[in-house]
Ligand binder design. Structure first.
Ligand code: XUL
Ligand code: CO
Length: 436
């Protein structure tokens, strides 16, 4: 087997919409200026290590379908190094500005925590060298607190304090490693922080544990001087029946209760929003409304399938409003667009991983161009301004007023509000104009 898995793939170039070359960008033109910044700076696209390099193509009914050089039998640390070589070859060929990883994606576990940490260190040092020598940086790192059987009953929320301690040690290690690699954010996704059955669950105890765990994560961030924000990634369920970080609103309540809302922001994911029966733009609008927007995991679900299918995005229409909220609010900041997405298990060739990323990057680029049109045109913005135009400032909402005073005013002035059209179809037509 050729150990250079992407050997036959050329460097991917921007060739324009007319290009027939499937291994070229049609719309993603990294240096093109949109909304005052290059596309690359605006979109801050990241590949994820887990779906693209670690996941072997299995599903609940069938085993691995991908036969990649680093998935062969052999010394696990050597395989991790081979994976790393190929991953960075992929990033460079694609011109990928960022990547994201879990500790478990990059290296195998040792026989105890100390050994695992030593193995991580070897691989993290190798990644650091790749980052220094290349063009791909780290958007975020995270600890996998959900795959190993020790976490089956929760990590921070486990009834066994030793599991809580193991998870805390793992987060310390991963945050330190993320800092070493110049990571711009640190993510916490609580796939096991919830329950399979409420029958065996002390919810107050678990929520208190989770609160203290997150406070310690923030304390550690300040202790080591990690610059980026910590991000919680909401998801309502899967793998657990119920996850405490259900959606943006549930996480915001949790953050406020634990005095964490200044230090922890959100990493929002398309398919997690829809599993919570929200649109993606709902979650983004909620995050901006409460000043907790952090970053995005950008993928898509399948409307006919009820779980997290983690597919690459392929619809400008679906992304236009999410992008509008983001770029209207100043852009992604230190966040980015992480493709938390995997190719399908029948997509077994090296090209397939490129087609997925190229297509998704083109979709993001097209959506950014449509967003620019929509922002510059200003008609939508004006509509919203006018719709709320009678509220002079937010301070005026309730300043110096009371129910009693308003009650008197309604009678005195004979206030009798007349309904106005919400103009939904007009707005749907308006938004469609930007999609061409
Ligand atoms: C799972 C998921 C995770 C997080 C990182 O649904 O989205 O991959 O993004 O742990
Ligand atoms: Co995710």
């Amino acid at each position: 087997m050729n150990n250079k898995y992407f050997d036959k793939i050329p460097k991917i170039e921007f060739k324009g919409a007319q290009s027939e070359d499937p291994l070229s960008f049609k719309f993603y033109d990294a240096s093109k200026i949109v909304l005052g910044k290059s596309m690359e700076e605006n979109l801050r696209i990241a590949s994820c290590y887990w779906h693209s390099f670690s996941w072997p193509g299995g599903d609940p009914f069938g085993g691995p379908t991908f036969q990649r050089p680093w998935m062969q039998k052999g010394d696990a640390i050597e395989m991790a190094k081979l994976k790393l070589e190929n991953a960075f070859d992929f990033f460079e060929k694609l011109g990928q500005p960022y990547f994201c990883f879990h500790d478990a994606d990059i290296a195998p576990e040792g026989s105890n925590f100390a050994e695992t940490e030593a193995i991580q260190k070897t691989i993290v040092d190798a990644i650091q060298k790749k980052i220094e020598d290349g063009n791909t940086k780290l958007l975020w790192g995270t600890a996998n607190l959900f795959s190993h059987r020790r976490y089956m009953g929760g990590a921070a929320t486990n009834p066994d304090p030793d599991v809580f301690k193991y998870a805390a040690a793992q987060v310390k290690m991963c945050m330190d490693n993320t800092k070493q690699l110049g990571g711009q954010n640190y993510v916490l996704w609580g796939g096991r922080e919830g329950y399979e059955t409420i029958l065996n669950t002390n919810m107050k105890q678990e929520l208190d544990q989770l609160g203290r765990f997150m406070q310690m994560a923030v304390e550690h961030k300040y202790k080591i001087g990690f610059q980026g924000p910590l991000l919680i990634e909401p998801k309502p369920h899967e793998p657990s029946k119920h996850q405490y970080d259900f959606d943006a609103a549930a996480v915001y309540a949790f953050l406020q209760k634990n005095n964490l809302e200044k230090d922890i922001k959100l990493n929002l994911e398309v398919n997690h929003a829809t599993l919570a029966l929200h649109s993606f733009e709902h979650e983004i609008a909620y995050a901006f409304a409460n000043n907790i927007f952090g970053s995005l995991d950008i993928n898509r679900g399948d409307p006919l399938i009820g779980w997290d299918t983690d597919q690459f995005p392929n619809s400008v229409q679906e992304l236009l409003m999410p992008f509008y909220y983001i770029y209207k609010n100043g852009g992604l900041g230190s966040g980015g667009l992480n493709f938390d997405a995997k190719i399908r298990r029948q997509s077994i060739d090296p090209e397939d991983l490129f087609y997925a990323h190229i297509g998704a990057m083109d979709i993001c680029a097209k959506t950014l161009l449509a967003t620019e049109k929509m922002i510059n045109d200003g008609v939508y913005d004006q509509f919203i301004k006018e719709r709320y135009g009678k509220w002079p400032t937010t301070d005026a909402i309730a300043a110096n007023q009371s129910l009693e005073a308003i009650h008197a005013e309604v009678i005195d002035k004979d206030i009798n509000p007349q309904p106005k059209s919400g103009r939904q179809e007009f707005l749907e037509n308006l938004v469609n104009r930007y999609l061409d």
